[in-house]
Design a protein around this ligand. Structure first.
Ligand code: NAP
Ligand code: MG
Length: 409
C-alpha cells in the first residue's frame, strides 16, 4: 500500500518519561507504516528545555500558531523534588503547557474516551461529556484579605481617563474576610468563540452555565457575551441542528446527571475545575481522557490529559515491562492527524485517523487491554492484560487488516 501523503507538517512536541517511551512506539508501530508523516519536531523533554533555556517551548508554541495543528507528549513540570532529581537544571522552568497556552491563547476541551465495557458511574450517560473550562481570572486571580475590626470595605476603580467608580461592599461590626475578583471581556469573548467553534467542529450541543440570578452583573456579563458571540455561529448551529443553551449552574448539574451525554459543557473557571474532575472520574480514568487546546481562530493542540506516568517509567528503567495505557496519547495523534486532514482536504488522512481510533476500540472491546482498564471492565468479560508494547502491537495488527480496504469502513 502506498503511504498516505501529508502536505503541511504537524507540530510534534515530544516529552518526558513513560509517555516519551510510548510516543516513539506509537509512531513506529501505528503511524509510520501507513502515513508519510510530516512533522516539525520540537524536543520538549526537561533536559532539552534546560539546555535551550526553555526557548524550545516558545518556538514550539509559535510553530503551533503558524501551522495550526500540534500534538504534544506529556512533559515534566519541575518542582522542588525534580530539582533534586535533575541537579543539572539551572532554573525551575515553568510548565510547558502554561507557556504554550500563553502563546496560543484558547480554551482546553477535555473529553473522556468511552469504551463499551466500562460502565460510567452515572447510568444514563451513553456518550462522553466534554468539559470546557474558562481557565482565566475569577477566584484564581483574586485579591483577598482578612480584617479584624469593625469597618467598611469599598471597591474602587480608577479609570485612566480620571473617571472613578466606587461601591460599598459591606459595613461590618467584627472580623471579616474580603475578596476582589475580576475577569476580562476579551478573555470571556475568546472563551465563548472557542466553545462555539468546537461545538461546530464536533457537531455537539453546547451548554453554558453560570449563576446570573445571584451574580447579576458579573455572571450576567458572561451570559450576555455568550449570547452576543453566538450570533456569528447561529447559522452553523441551525445547519448542523445542534443547540446552544444557557442555564443556571444548579440546573446544569441536575440536567447533566440525567442526560445521555454527548455535548459540551462550558464552565466558568471554578466550576470547570471542580466539574471536570467529577465528570472524568465518573467516566473512567485519567488514562482515558483527551485534551485539546482550541484558539478562537481555529488552531489546535492535542494531548493526553494525564502526566508522564513517572512510577511506570522507573519500573521501565529497571527493565520491567509496564502496562501503561497509551490510548489517550494515541488519540492525541489521531485527533491531530484528523484535524490536519480536514484542514488540508486530505480525506485519506481523515479515514486513517478514524481507523486508528477504531482499531484501539476494537482491541479493547476484544478484551485486550492495559492493567488500569482491566480493573474497570464489566463483570464476566474475558480480559487479557497486556504490557504496553504488546497492546500497541495488537492495535497495529487490526490497523494492518483495515489498511487492505484503504481504511474505509
Ligand atoms: P500522572 O503521570 O498522570 O500519573 C499519576 C498516576 O495515574 C500514575 O502513577 C498511574 O497510576 C496513573 N496513570 C496516569 N496515566 C496513566 C496511563 N496512561 N496508564 C496507566 N496509568 C496511568 O501524574 P503525576 O504522577 O502526578 O505526574 C507525573 C509528571 O507528569 C509530573 O512531573 C507532572 O509535572 C507531569 N504532568 C504533565 C502533564 C502534561 O504534560 N500535560 C499533566 C499532568 C502531569 P498507578 O501508578 O497507580 O498505575
Ligand atoms: Mg481541579
Amino acid at each position: 500500500m502506498e503511504k498516505i501523503r501529508m502536505t503541511i507538517p504537524l507540530v510534534e512536541m515530544d516529552g518526558d518519561e513513560m509517555t516519551h517511551i510510548l510516543w516513539h512506539i506509537i509512531k513506529e508501530k501505528l503511524i509510520l507504516p501507513f502515513v508519510d508523516l510530516k512533522t516539525e519536531y520540537y524536543d520538549l523533554s526537561l533536559l532539552n528545555r534546560n539546555a535551550t533555556e526553555d526557548r524550545v517551548t516558545v518556538e514550539a508554541g509559535k510553530a503551533a500558531l503558524k501551522h495550526g495543528v500540534a500534538v504534544k507528549c506529556a512533559t515534566i513540570t519541575p518542582n522542588k523534588k525534580r530539582m533534586e532529581e535533575y541537579p543539572q537544571l539551572t532554573k525551575m522552568w515553568p510548565s510547558p503547557n502554561a507557556t504554550i497556552r500563553s502563546i496560543m491563547g484558547g480554551t482546553i476541551f477535555r473529553t473522556p474516551i468511552s469504551v463499551d465495557f466500562v460502565e460510567p458511574a452515572v447510568r444514563s450517560w451513553q456518550k462522553p461529556i466534554t468539559i470546557a473550562r474558562h481557565a482565566f481570572g475569577d477566584i484564581y486571580k483574586a485579591s483577598d484579605f482578612l480584617t479584624d475590626e469593625p469597618g467598611e470595605c469599598e471597591l474602587i476603580f480608577h479609570g485612566e481617563s480620571g473617571a472613578e467608580k466606587r461601591i460599598t461592599v459591606q459595613k461590618v461590626k467584627g472580623k471579616a474576610v474580603w475578596m476582589g475578583q475580576f475577569n476580562l471581556d476579551d478573555s470571556i469573548r475568546n472563551f465563548a468563540k472557542a466553545c462555539f467553534r468546537y461545538a461546530v467542529d464536533t457537531r455537539q450541543d453546547l451548554w453554558f452555565s453560570a449563576k446570573d440570578t445571584i451574580s447579576k452583573i458579573y455572571d450576567g456579563h458572561f451570559r450576555s457575551v455568550f449570547e452576543e458571540e453566538y450570533e456569528a455561529y447561529r447559522q452553523d448551529f441551525e445547519r448542523l441542528q445542534i443547540y446552544y443553551f444557557y442555564t443556571l449552574i444548579d440546573d446544569a448539574v441536575a440536567r447533566v446527571m440525567r442526560s445521555k451525554g454527548g455535548f459540551i459543557w462550558a464552565c466558568k473557571n471554578y466550576d470547570g475545575d471542580v466539574m471536570s474532575d467529577m465528570v472524568s472520574s465518573a467516566f473512567s480514568s485519567i488514562a482515558m481522557m483527551t485534551s485539546v487546546l482550541v484558539t478562537p481562530d481555529g488552531k489546535y493542540e492535542f494531548e493526553a490529559a494525564h502526566g508522564t506516568v513517572t512510577k511506570h517509567y522507573y519500573r521501565y528503567l529497571r527493565g520491567e515491562k509496564t502496562s501503561t495505557n497509551p490510548v489517550a496519547t494515541i488519540f492525541a495523534w489521531s485527533g491531530a492527524l484528523r484535524k490536519r486532514g480536514e484542514l488540508d482536504g486530505l480525506t485519506d488522512l481523515v479515514s486513517f485517523a478514524n481507523a486508528l481510533e477504531r482499531a484501539c476500540r476494537h482491541t479493547l472491546n476484544s478484551g485486550k487491554m492495559t492493567g488500569d482498564l482491566a480493573a474497570m471492565a464489566k463483570e464476566g468479560m474475558n480480559v487479557t492484560v497486556l504490557n504496553s508494547e504488546d497492546f500497541i502491537e495488537a492495535i497495529s495488527e487490526k490497523l494492518k487488516e483495515d489498511s487492505e480496504s484503504g481504511f474505509v469502513l
